[in-house]
Ligand binder design. Structure first.
Ligand SMILES: C[S@@+](CC[C@H](N)C(=O)[O-])C[C@H]1O[C@@H](n2cnc3c(N)ncnc32)[C@H](O)[C@@H]1O
Length: 236
């Protein structure tokens, strides 16, 4: 099965960074704005924009929240940094890091957003498991992403063409139900930004109460994922 690997994704998006804003980036701007609008932020909140890319979402945040934008690709982050410097965005901090090993403490964000990120990582379910841990109780996780169609013909086509899409930077065969299986998050709602849109906006919440202890994860993969990589400092 063709899949994404961080080792090859990183150089691929370093190259994408040269022309992302006027190719794929130009197609997704109104959806990004709509996705950010689903975050119920209040002044002082800390938001994680995971897979922030060249920073096209960043102009949609109010200046009274702190946004941490993280991305695997140095090239993409460099573009986002230049844009933030040009616009004088002091409320935005950009870090290079791998969403498979996020260097953040548990419950350290009020809300998390991932635009077009779930299908570019090697293990989408692990990414969601991480997000469930690092978002605060009551926090929302917004995904803007393509997910495999539930229409059997379209779904088959997306699976069949997946090896091609993987070569250029994302998977087309990831089903939303597979990503959410076993993830301790409440599914709130989802919708398409446009009629016949291939992408969806999905809103999830961490419904744990503040006093509830963090559950032990049951599978090995998730246990491993809670071990931070030694070269990545814990932030927050
Ligand atoms: C399709 S781009 C989307 C960028 C941005 N969110 C947007 O909507 O324009 C996917 C981004 O995810 C980043 N990415 C891929 N794998 C990642 C990982 N394991 N951890 C963090 N970022 C990752 C890529 O470098 C790329 O910038």
């Amino acid at each position: 099965m063709a899949t994404m690997r961080e080792r090859s994704t990183k150089p691929m998006y370093d190259i994408w960074s040269w022309f992302y804003n006027w190719t794929f980036g130009a197609l997704v701007r109104s959806r990004q704005r709509r996705a950010v609008q689903q975050l119920p932020f209040k002044p002082g909140d800390r938001i994680l924009d995971l897979g922030v890319g060249t920073g096209l979402t960043l102009k949609h945040y109010p200046t009274d929240v702190t946004v941490i934008g993280m991305d695997l690709s140095q090239g993409m982050i460099a573009k986002a940094k230049t844009m933030c410097e040009q616009r004088g965005y002091d409320h935005i901090k950009l870090v290079r890091g791998d969403g498979m090993y996020p260097p953040f403490a548990e419950q350290s964000f009020d809300h998390i957003i991932m635009c077009h990120t779930v299908t570019v990582v090697s293990d989408p379910a692990r990414l969601l498991n991480w997000a469930a841990k690092i978002v605060k109780p009551g926090g929302r996780i917004v995904l803007a992403n393509h997910f495999r169609s539930t229409n059997p013909v379209m779904g088959w086509f997306e699976k069949f063409t997946n090896p091609f899409w993987v070569k250029i930077g994302w998977r087309s065969d990831v089903a939303l139900e597979d990503v959410l299986k076993g993830v301790d998050l409440h599914f709130e709602y989802h919708f398409k930004h446009r009629f016949m849109d291939l992408w969806q906006i999905v809103c999830l919440t961490n419904q744990k109460s503040v006093d509830e202890p963090m559950p032990e994860t049951s599978n090995n993969q998730s246990k491993n994922s809670s071990q931070h990589q030694p070269n990545q400092p814990m932030l927050a």
